[in-house]
Design a protein. Structure first.
Length: 272
């Protein structure tokens, strides 16, 4: 009997990952014979691990923190999504042995916002908090939805401005510091920072929140993240963690690898 095709998620740390559960549920649903595991890879071991995994027949890898940007430089081919994001979250070993890097994070976010949460993005005003790699990856797919405006706010304004300049061709994108947010209101606020994870309060003014604001945290936890708890405390009625994005980007990865798109509702229901 043939061995199941092998896949894995790599990160550091990785023990908390729900990706093995998600992909096993997708495989069960679609009848695909795969083995999917979580592998802890220290940053200095990344090149050797990817080479070894694929040389031994591994078909694909999901890539998570802290490897997404470093994996970019190890690919033979990059999709347009990965180039725009400046990061890779899925690696596929092609038939010719070459490694293709792609990025499904933005696609996962849009699918969760539009299809699962029914958030209207066309002509909306969007605020992204933070100007790191996660923000870079979601700007292009968000701008494809034709919002009226997108503002990037960051503790260091220069970093936000650099991102704004990098994507100026995509539409109305601006930048500011957290201190400049007072009095501004948005349809959608996306937290792409790690603010609050160390226990301190998020460094954003609560005046940006209203009952009609949708707050979305790219992070996720078994309990409310500090950003979600903060949003609810100050009256935001629609506050969501990134569990749906996690499942939707995984579904996109599964479809790339196996040629079958799994349904996500049942899988999302099994997560917090």
């Amino acid at each position: 009997m043939a061995e199941p095709d092998r896949y894995a998620v790599i990160g550091h740390p990785i023990a908390h990952s729900k990706s093995p559960l998600i992909h096993s549920l997708f495989a069960e649903q679609t009848g695909e014979d795969i083995r999917y595991e979580a592998i802890d890879v220290a940053p200095e071991e990344l090149p050797e691990m990817i080479a070894k995994f694929t040389a031994e027949g591994g078909r694909g890898l999901n890539v998570t923190v802290p490897h997404k940007q470093n994996a970019l430089t190890l690919m033979d081919v990059l999709t347009e999504r990965a180039k725009l994001a400046g990061a890779v979250n899925i690696i596929t070993r092609k038939e010719d042995g070459k490694l293709e890097g792609d990025n499904t994070d933005g696609t996962g976010l849009i699918a969760d916002l539009r299809e699962n949460l029914n958030v209207e993005l066309i002509d909306s005003s969007i605020l992204i908090l933070g100007a790191g790699g996660a923000t870079r990856g979601i700007i292009p797919p968000l701008m494809e939805q034709k919002p009226a405006e997108l503002l990037i706010a960051n503790r260091t304004v220069d970093k936000a401005q650099a991102l704004s300049n990098a994507f100026v061709d995509l539409g109305n994108i601006d930048a500011c510091g957290f201190d400049n947010l007072n009095g501004q209101h948005f349809h959608l606020i996306i937290n792409a920072t790690s603010a609050g994870l160390a226990g301190e309060l998020p460094p954003f003014p609560s005046s940006i929140l209203s009952p009609d604001t949708v707050c979305y945290d790219l992070s996720y936890s078994m309990h409310d993240t500090p950003f979600i708890a903060w949003a609810k405390e100050y009256g935001c009625k629609q506050a969501y963690q990134g569990w749906g994005m996690l499942v939707e980007q995984a579904a996109e990865s599964f479809a790339i690898w196996r040629g079958k798109r799994p349904k996500t509702a049942g899988v999302r229901a099994k997560l917090p």
